[in-house]
Design a protein around this ligand. Structure first.
Ligand code: TXA
Ligand code: MG
Length: 341
């Protein structure tokens, strides 16, 4: 079993730090909270430590990891250069839910970067993550490579208990408990090796906000974008099959399920609109009207519904407005995944 540290007060959380830093220094894995999702970390400058992350997640070793640093100065250790777009974004959004891809400094972090000549860098704003990264830096760990702390292709964890559920096979893994992740979906990733910079993965920060900081429009994604598992068509998948439907299609599906004479798969519904109840026994979760509130709860809702053993989750398509981009992206990928893929 993983060891989830006590978290009832900031003092409790801080008391868990020395053992966590020690684990990182020794090249062991450590799960820790960020404001987006929990990460499964290891020191980014140690090839063997990084290899443990890929093995634990079952992630292909050419899929690059994000390196977490304590501050902008910490980014310099991994970056060959910080392009002007990266500097602007870091100044505006760090610490916070934004990752910049920049040219990688030779001789450090090659395994974390999955062999690419670029590296993804992020300074998270969760106080416990920042305290960890600062203490680790003081102990000689320049950065912590950390993907989301879930097995490859599965739903990202937003609570310590989710992480413990994912990695039952890692006895002794320390899971630093920092409570519920405030943002709830992963960071926005911006490729700053290109001009104009390109948004590779939408997050909670809107493209409009990012463009305002860059004082320039973002470029389009194309075939040159590096491989990013968070950008695969099918990802973030619960065990249940997710069906994303527009409001009218969902209403019709609920009406015909209510009229059906034989029960089908157990179904849960996650919708914003007031809709018919559907077949008896269907689970209903109300989707909040605010995109940030949906981002905050989304992965927890998918996990809860999996735990309730529903076979299908029928989700009402979010509005087309760009403020929903991050949530829509995660829902589309969850819906694209085959069951148990
Ligand atoms: O919010 C987050 O970003 C969370 C927390 C833990 O910080 N981390 C996270 O990591 O989502 P992960 O590995 O699950 O997703 C990172 C994404 C992947 O799609 C990866 O391929 C991409 O970032 N990435 C990392 N470095 C890259 C690089 N050099 N070039 C292109 N994509 C990169
Ligand atoms: Mg992930």
């Amino acid at each position: 079993m993983a060891r989830v540290t006590p978290a009832s007060s900031p003092a409790d959380q801080a008391a868990a730090l020395p053992a966590a830093v020690d684990a990182l220094v020794r090249g062991e894995l450590l799960a820790f909270p960020t404001e987006t999702v929990y990460g499964l970390g290891a020191r980014a400058d140690d090839a063997a430590a990084v290899a443990r992350i890929f093995a634990a997640k079952g992630r292909p070793s050419d899929h690059p990891l994000i390196v977490h640093v304590a501050d902008a100065a910490g980014a310099e250790a991994f970056a060959a250069e910080l392009p002007p777009s990266a500097r602007r974004l870091m100044a505006a959004f760090w610490p916070g839910p934004l990752t910049v891809i920049v040219p990688r400094r030779e001789g450090i972090g090659a395994e974390a970067a999955g062999g690419q000549d670029s590296v993804g860098l992020r300074c998270p704003s969760h106080p416990l993550a920042l305290a960890l990264l600062r203490a680790a830096a003081a102990a000689g760990v320049p950065g912590v490579a950390a993907p989301s702390a879930n097995r490859f292709g599965r739903v990202s964890p937003t609570r310590a208990a989710h992480v413990a559920d994912e990695f039952t096979a890692l006895p002794g893994l320390i899971v630093l408990d920092g409570g519920d992740c405030a943002v709830g979906i992963e960071s926005a990733i911006i490729d700053c090796t290109r001009e104009p910079a390109v948004l590779l993965r939408p997050g909670a920060l809107s493209a409009a906000h990012i463009e305002a900081v860059l004082q320039a429009p973002l470029g389009q994604r194309d075939g040159h974008s590096p491989r990013a598992s968070g950008t695969l068509a099918a990802h973030y998948a619960p065990s249940a099959t997710v069906r994303l439907m527009d409001t009218d299609t969902l209403r019709a599906a609920l009406q015909s399920s209510a009229a059906a004479t034989r029960p089908g798969d157990p179904v849960a519904v996650y919708c914003r609109s007031v809709l018919p109840a559907g077949a008896p026994g269907m689970l209903h979760r109300v989707m909040p009207s605010d995109p940030d509130a949906v981002a905050h709860e989304l992965f927890g809702v998918l996990r809860d519904l999996d735990a309730a053993r529903v076979g299908q989750i029928w989700v009402e398509q979010p509005p087309a407005d760009p403020v929903w981009d991050g949530v829509r992206d995660r829902l589309q990928r969850a819906a694209a995944a085959a069951p148990d893929a």
